[in-house]
Write a protein that binds this ligand. Structure first.
Ligand code: KG4
Ligand code: ZN
Length: 383
C-alpha cells in the first residue's frame, strides 16, 4: 500500500510517500518520497513559533513539497484531472495554496497512491487546518481515502519504521518536544492513557526559554545541550541548587516553569560570563534529566512496562538519551529510540500511523474516512 502523508502541526511542513506492507507484527515501510521544509530559521527572530507565520509558510510550501515528494517517488506525471469546484470552498482561507493547487493539480495525473494520511492535531490550530484542508482537497479530487492522524500517535509509532522493531504491551511512551511533555501508557494498539503531562511548560519550551535568558539563539535546546556537554567535558564544578519540580510527587505529572524561574533568579543582576553560561546550562539540564528519569522510572515500575518508546525533538538531547538508555537497561525494558530525523516532526511517522490505522479492522469499520465534517483540533488527545 502506498500512502501520501502530510504534516503541518507546528513549524515543519512535510509531505511523504511511504510504501507499507505486512501486518502489525511484521509491518515494513519504505520511503519513496520525502519532502520537508523547516521554518525554524524564520521563527528565530520571534524567539519561538509564530502561528500566523507558520500558517502562511505551510500555505506557501505544501504544493511544491507535494510535487517534490511525488517526483522523488516516481509518481509525478502529467495528466488531466477535473478539479471539483468544492475545492474553492475547502481552500477558501488558504489563498496562496488554492492558487498553486489550481495551477498544478489539473495538469497532474492522479498518482498511484492508496490513501492520504494527515495530522489532525494536536498542534497550532491555524497550522493544522492548512494541512488538513489540503489533504481534504486532494482526497476529493483524486478520490482517495483520507485518514486523520493524531500527531502524538505518529511520534509513538515512528520507531516501527525500522524493520524488525516490535512493541510489546504494555508499553510506555515519553514524548518530549517544544509543545509536549507526556507519559503515555499504551495498553494495546491504539489504546492510550495519558498518565502524566506537564502542568505548564513543555520540556523543549523550557530549554528554549532558558536559552533566551542566556542570549542564545532559537531553537535553544541544541544550544543549551552543547554548553552543558562542554561544561561536563571541562569538568566545571556545578552544584544541584536548581529545583527538580514535582520529582517526589506520586503522580507522573511534570512542571518546568518553576525551574525556568529559578534559572532567572540565578542569573539576575549577575554578569553572564561564558563560564557562568556553561554552568547554568549544565545545572538546568541535570535538573531536567533527573525529573524525566525519575517519573519515567516510576511509570515503568508501576505499570509492568515491557517497551519504552521515546519521541519528540528533545530526545535529540545526548544526556537525556544516555540516561534513558541506562534506565531501560536497569529496568529490563526494551527501548525504542527513533533516529533523529524520525524523532523530530516529519510526515513519515504520519504515514506509519496511517498505515497501521488502515489495516486495523476495528478502526476501519468505525471510520468512514469521509472528508466532510473532519476538523483540525489543536488540543486533540490520545485518550
Ligand atoms: O519535536 P520538535 O521538533 O517540534 C515540536 O515542538 O513539536 O521539537 C522541538 C524542540 C525545541 O524546543 C528544541 O529546542 C528542542 O526540541 N530540542 C532540544 C534538542 N534538540 C532540539 N532540546 C534539548 N536538547 C537538544 N539537543
Ligand atoms: Zn511533534
Amino acid at each position: 500500500m502506498k500512502i501520501l502523508s502530510i504534516e503541518t502541526s507546528c513549524d515543519e511542513t512535510a509531505v511523504a510517500v511511504v510504501e507499507a506492507t505486512g501486518g502489525f507484527i511484521d509491518s515494513k515501510f519504505k520511503i519513496l518520497g520525502n519532502a520537508l521544509y523547516s521554518q525554524a530559521s524564520k521563527h528565530a527572530e520571534y524567539g519561538g513559533v509564530y502561528p500566523t507565520l507558520a500558517k502562511r509558510e505551510h500555505s506557501k510550501n505544501l504544493v511544491p513539497l507535494l510535487q517534490k515528494a511525488l517526483t522523488e517517488a516516481g509518481l509525478f506525471n502529467t495528466g488531466s484531472v477535473d478539479v471539483n469546484p468544492e475545492v474553492d470552498n475547502i481552500l477558501e482561507r488558504e489563498t496562496e495554496l488554492l492558487e498553486q493547487f489550481k495551477e498544478l493539480i489539473p495538469k497532474t495525473a492522479i498518482p498511484d497512491i492508496d490513501a492520504i494520511a494527515v495530522t489532525q492535531g494536536p498542534g497550532l490550530e491555524p497550522a493544522l487546518w492548512v494541512g488538513l484542508n489540503f489533504a481534504k482537497a486532494l482526497s476529493l479530487v483524486w478520490n482517495k481515502p483520507l485518514v486523520p492522524i493524531n500527531h502524538m500517535e505518529g511520534h509513538i509509532l515512528s520507531p516501527l519504521f525500522e524493520d524488525g522493531v516490535q512493541i510489546q504491551f504494555p508499553a510506555l511512551s515519553l514524548l518530549i518536544s517544544g509543545g509536549h511533555t507526556q507519559l503515555v501508557l499504551i495498553k494495546d494498539w491504539f489504546d492510550y492513557v495519558i498518565i502524566g503531562e506537564t502542568r505548564d511548560d513543555a520540556v523543549g519550551e523550557a530549554y528554549d526559554k532558558v536559552a533566551r535568558m542566556l542570549s542564545l539563539p532559537y531553537p535553544g535546546g541544541p544550544e543549551i545541550s552543547r554548553l552543558a556537554d562542554e561544561a561536563r567535558a571541562r569538568e566545571l564544578q556545578t552544584n544541584k541548587s536548581l529545583p527538580r519540580p514535582m520529582i517526589n510527587t506520586d503522580d507522573y505529572d511534570f512542571s518546568f516553569s518553576g525551574l525556568k524561574t529559578a534559572v532567572l533568579y540565578r542569573i539576575k543582576d549577575k554578569e553572564l560570563t561564558e563560564i557562568k553560561k556553561l554552568e547554568i546550562a549544565r545545572e538546568f539540564e541535570d535538573a531536567v534529566v533527573d525529573v524525566l528519569v525519575k517519573k519515567t522510572k516510576n511509570a515503568i515500575e508501576n505499570n509492568g512496562i515491557k517497551t519504552l518508546i521515546l519521541g519528540g525533538g528533545v530526545i535529540a538531547n545526548k544526556e537525556i538519551r544516555k540516561n534513558m538508555i541506562i534506565l531501560a537497561r536497569d529496568s529490563g525494558v526494551n527501548l525504542l529510540l527513533p533516529e533523529f530525523s524520525m524523532a523530530t516532526d516529519n510526515a513519515v511517522m504520519i504515514a506509519v500511523a496511517g498505515y497501521l490505522r488502515l489495516i486495523d479492522e476495528k478502526v476501519k469499520d468505525q471510520q468512514p474516512y469521509g472528508v466532510a465534517g473532519l476538523s483540525a483540533d489543536g488540543n486533540l488527545r490520545l485518550d
